[in-house]
Design a protein around this ligand. Structure first.
Ligand SMILES: [Zn+2]
Length: 355
């Protein structure tokens, strides 16, 4: 009887103590449930990432995972809690994220490594982060039209941003680098762009410009999600191809957004996207002095299935009497690119990006 009770106790505590493990192409995620009052600290030494939890029950565990990134983990009791040691494979990087309601710690281990401020590059051969820049529209589709054409200005700003990022050791992939569309069919065009946000890349930025009926101005940054704001929905419909097609793709994107609300791993990625959006907006507003219109979520088709942090930046209003004319100048485009590159670098260095 005592043996059975001990076994039951053991099983019950295992349920609470074992992190949920998920894998997808190029990464392994461990999600730890933690009590609200608990504190934790984390460090990496060689191939071991140790997480010290305080305010949690003492645990003794050992588990083999044998994924492409993680060998396994073990837990041992320590003063006031437990220490989990996750053994990772050589050449992996990691990032962490805290979620609330209920409180969880997400540890994501990826196959490649990126440059960070805190870790000097181990060698010149270390793989660089890969950023996908997506200048919206092009070719058949001019996008918003005012003092400048959206298709032209977003391409110019993207090319300037590319040069700045490459000078900092970041690899850049462009969805287009000339005035062209990827497909005459808008849904296919957006699908081809979206497909470049796969898990082998580090992050994805789609670049657009606004037009408004009234004299609106400023910069706004989006990450993927639902909205009930009619203005944002109308914008999403426009960027999703406009008209009946834009409405259909927006509806599709909204049902993805609803599905993602129940997907913990997708939610974790959206948190990273939010961080990227905040850092990008802050940096762009600082560089340009433009009005900040904030960070929002909206069902943009091009970022609906991104496996990596993904944002859509609206760099200004092409038909505003002052901002529209500024967007036509080289000086202002260069400020926009400085701001955008600065935001991306800040995110890559923040520890939110893969390490
Ligand atoms: Zn656009």
């Amino acid at each position: 009887m005592r043996y059975i009770l001990a076994l039951l106790f053991c099983l019950a505590s295992l349920g609470l103590a074992q992190p949920r493990v998920g894998t997808e192409n190029g990464l392994t995620r461990l999600v730890f449930s933690i009590p609200n009052e608990a504190i934790f600290s984390l460090k990496r030494q060689g191939n071991e990432i140790s997480i010290r939890f305080q305010g949690t029950p003492p645990r003794t565990l050992r588990k083999l995972l044998n994924t492409a990134q993680v060998v396994g983990y073990r837990a041992t009791p320590s003063s006031g809690g437990s220490i989990y040691v996750v053994t990772v494979r050589a050449g992996t990087g990691y990032r962490t994220l805290e979620l609330t309601n209920p409180r969880r710690l997400v540890l994501e281990v990826r196959s490649s490594t990126a440059i960070t401020r805190s870790q000097p590059r181990p060698s010149a051969k270390a793989p660089a982060p890969v950023v996908v820049l997506d200048p919206g529209h092009g070719g058949l589709d001019p996008g918003a039209v005012g003092f400048v054409h959206e298709e032209e200005i977003v391409l110019d700003v993207a090319l300037r941003t590319k040069r700045l990022l490459e000078a900092r050791g970041v690899r850049v992939i462009m969805t287009r680098s000339t005035d062209r569309h990827l497909s005459a069919n808008k849904a296919t065009d957006l699908g081809l762009r979206a497909a470049m946000a796969d898990s082998k890349r580090t992050l994805f930025v789609s670049i657009h410009a606004n037009a408004a009926e009234r004299a609106a101005q400023g910069i706004e940054v989006y990450y993927f999600g639902e909205t009930i704001d009619q203005r944002l929905l109308s914008k999403a419909i426009l960027e999703n191809g406009g008209g009946a097609l834009g409405q259909r793709l927006t509806q599709e994107a909204r049902s993805v957004a609803q599905r993602l609300m129940r997907d913990l791993l997708a939610q974790a990625n959206l948190k990273f996207s939010e961080q990227l959006a905040l850092k990008t907006l802050r940096s762009m507003v600082r560089e340009t002095g433009a009005m900040s219109r904030g960070v929002h979520t909206a069902p943009f088709y091009v970022i609906r299935n991104a496996r990596i942090p993904a944002i859509l930046v609206e760099i200004g209003f092409v038909n505003h009497p002052i901002e529209g004319k500024k967007l036509a100048t080289r000086a202002y485009r260069s400020q926009l690119a400085n701001g955008l590159a600065g935001g991306i670098i800040a995110f890559l260095n923040s520890g939110n990006a893969q390490r």
